[in-house]
Design a protein around this ligand. Sequence first.
Ligand code: ADP
Ligand code: ASP
Ligand code: MG
Length: 410
Amino acid sequence: MALTVMKFGGTSVASVERLQKVADKVIRKKEAGDQVIVVVSAMGKTTDQLVSMAGEISDRPSKREMDVLLSTGEQVTIALLSMVLNERGHKAISYTGWQAGIKTEAVHENARIASIDTSLIRPQLNEGSIIIIAGFQGVTETGDITTLGRGGSDTSAVAIAEAFAAKRCEIYTDVTGVFTTDPRFVKKARKLKEISYDEMLEMAYLGAGVLHPRAVEYAKNSHLELVVCSSFTDEEGTVIKEEVSMETSKSVRGLAFEKNVTKVTLLGLPNNVSAVSHVFDTIADKKINIDVIVQNVLDEARTNLSFTVDQELLEETLDVLRGSEKELGYQQLIYESELAKLSIVGSGMASNPGVAAEMFHALASQKIKIKMISTSEIKVSTIIDEAKLIEALDTLHETFHLSEEESVSL
Ligand code: ADP
Ligand code: ASP
Ligand code: MG
């Protein structure tokens, strides 16, 4: 019998009334003859509220306790959804991550799933029960509760689908699919019928919050068919799969962005072979993630080095660099806040050298200053002022004809 994993996100399970709508979809799937595993997120803004409560107690609460706290959100949803389904005459059983045998590595707040013991719930599934599993959580070998990083319920769903050899994994959310860019920011954003794993992976890593990047990574590795669709309507969603047909492959498929970016620059760093690695070692020691990097050699003796970090890590980054001023040997430390990273993504770009030029022309025509650039085979990212983000998104959406239906281009 075919198995489908259905995942419902926070907005989709935000109230008891919405849980009834979720139940409608789950029951329909079950009545169509599939075995069903449902993975759910915490209700509405629950996780944010728990984070802010912890913030009232401590600036840096223990990561272990944060995981114990945040994992409670999903536990509420599984029990309520199970009650709704049972009340409507369908046998359903809820499981926390650990009850469902989800083991993770021993890392708090951003753990990777290490294994899933399917034998724990397989009998109930085979008996015909609807299985409801809490997303975003697992347990270490030694019994500590872990979470998978914000947005991680998508990853739970995909990993469960893979472990149970599901025919596909459906991610139900508050938009009708994956769009050319976030439809909340660009009115003309268009829903894509399909997108390749690689393109979706780039989009997700570059800020398209519709899917947790690791969920896409797992789906790609196991060739699992992943679908993003609406919790509220029956509209067809977006299929994420290996290759999208050549006919429908445009050079740029979507735009992704991140806000709250800051740029840190070290002016007059010694121009020797170890200075740059010394800077990044110092930052990495504090587990601070940096992103785009640009180095400008000034002359034989000196070089400037810039990189970006999240706004929330800026203070810590500046503290670390100021604390190591003598060892690093730079002349001045400056920074710029309220920036955004804007990226164009598309696998067709690899064979189309004019794309980056087109992007920069379009931004220049709107007098949008480019502060940094980084590229890979299937993306070009630029750092710009956050105040210009919407204008830049609209311009690039237009430039790359992203509102237009994909046409056959042989
Ligand atoms: P859920 O709670 O269901 O997991 P999320 O808020 O995590 O939902 O993800 C859905 C949101 O992702 C949408 O409301 C939308 O604002 C945002 N989003 C960002 N980029 C895209 C995109 N390219 N396509 C669709 N939605 C996007
Ligand atoms: N509840 C978690 C969060 O808000 C996980 C998820 O929704 O995917 O990040
Ligand atoms: Mg999400």
